[in-house]
Design a binder for this molecule. Structure first.
Ligand SMILES: Cc1ncc(COP(=O)(O)O)c(C=O)c1O
Length: 393
């Protein structure tokens, strides 16, 4: 009996291999500093829990609308207006999803035919490419090397495009690099997409995690909305990763397609979770809670830089992220594979990290370290890394 050969094209990433190794070491009694996972260390705010519990008790335990309950869609539309200055019709242009991954899946289901090419920066979060493969699209990586600040030059997008290109994917602030581009760049990218009739799929799950100027949504330009598909979720910004709730915001015909794909895969998003998510998106105190979490990440980011200052002679030179909750540490001076470096650091000093190669060729030589961990772990982790480097010489 045959299996789907498309899945053979998706490799288990080294992230999974690292996570398995971490589990094995922990099981053997080793204390590991977990700086590898992209999951906020904060608990979901108790007021959000209360809304979910009450919704369950009030009977929101049946099937919900496949589009998402109107309350949730209204909350998402208000948020998009309030924070991103984009007007979406909650009746036709918003779809509730099981988190950002599912929103991205539905976006791709909605626009891709088998064989269509999709442009994806290298490095980038592995699921962006894997999903395209899963749907029988063709992934074309667009180099975004460190030298270009991990953002593809407009010429690089141009060079990668062919008549078969259907869409391009962006994710700013980016996982794993934390970068995001200027408004001018996004405008140029919109112009490029318009010239070639491409969809822009913009994964904005880290939009609320920034340490300087607020990033601009890819849909927030004149004429951009018609070709932009926004993917968002409450996972990172509200510390709700396990709730699996997010949304797609896009032109009506994209949502109409995505709705069919959603209806026939998950039926609907859990109704009491939608209630809690609508509350999180709307309540003023939850916005303050979100600001407080951002302040905590900013504090940890500063902590890493402070520790780095204690090692002025170290060949590890740290570039702080503009957004998201990752440092992309440049280990190219070691001239070893990033997987090898991560394995050695894990074995020698017990700090769990993710090899940059998990995000593409251009990530090789780099290592991703999260600051979505306690201050104590972040400080101990980065110090252990500097000491490990010092011990190599
Ligand atoms: C860029 C990016 N998009 C989406 C997700 C997944 O988000 P969600 O939990 O909302 O599915 C992640 C998780 O790490 C991510 O890094």
């Amino acid at each position: 009996m045959k299996l789907n050969p498309q899945l053979d094209k998706i490799r288990q990433s080294s992230t999974v291999a690292m996570a398995d190794r971490v589990l094995a070491l922990k099981a053997s009694g080793r204390k590991i500093i977990p700086l590898h996972v992209g999951d906020p260390d904060f608990d979901t705010h108790s007021a959000i829990l209360d809304v979910a519990v009450k919704a369950m008790q009030d009977g929101f335990t049946h099937y919900a609308s496949s589009r998402g309950d109107l309350e949730f869609r209204l909350a998402a539309a208000s948020k998009l207006m309030r924070e991103n200055n984009i007007s979406y019709d909650p009746a036709t242009e918003i779809l509730a999803t099981h988190g950002g991954v599912h929103a991205y899946y539905l976006a791709m289901q909605s626009v891709l035919s088998p064989g269509d090419e999709v442009l994806i920066p290298d490095p980038s979060w592995a699921t962006h490419a894997n999903m395209v493969t899963l749907l029988r699209g063709v992934v074309i990586r667009v180099p975004a090397p460190a030298e270009n600040g991990f953002i593809p030059q407009i010429d690089a997008w141009e060079a990668a495009r062919t008549p078969k290109t259907r869409a391009l994917v962006i994710n700013y602030p980016a996982n794993p690099t934390g970068v995001y581009p200027t408004q001018e760049y996004l405008q140029k990218l919109q112009k490029f997409a318009a010239e070639h009739d491409l969809w822009i799929v913009s994964d904005e799950v880290y939009e609320n995690l920034f340490y300087g100027e607020k990033p601009i949504s890819a849909g927030a330009f004149d004429g951009a909305k018609e070709r932009t598909i926004l993917v968002n979720s409450l996972s990172k910004s509200y510390a709700m990763t396990g709730w699996r709730v997010g949304y797609l915001a896009a032109p009506k015909r994209v949502i109409d397609n995505a709705l069919k794909a959603g209806q026939n895969s998950i039926t609907c998003v859990t109704p009491f979770i939608q209630k809690a998510a609508a509350f999180a998106l709307s309540d003023a105190d939850m916005q303050i809670a979100q600001d407080n979490m951002r302040a905590a990440y900013a504090r940890r980011r500063a902590l890493v830089l402070r520790v780095a200052d204690e090692y002025p002679e170290s060949p590890l030179v740290i570039t702080p992220p503009q957004g998201a909750f990752y440092f992309f540490l440049d280990f190219r001076f070691l001239e070893r594979s990033s997987l090898e470096i991560c394995e050695k650091i894990l074995e020698d000093v017990g700090v769990a990290l993710v090899p940059g190669s998990a995000f593409g060729k251009e990530g090789e030589g780099f290592v991703r370290m999260t600051i979505a961990a306690s201050d104590a772990d972040v400080e101990a982790g980065i110090r252990a890394i500097f000491e490990w480097i010092g011990g190599l010489r």
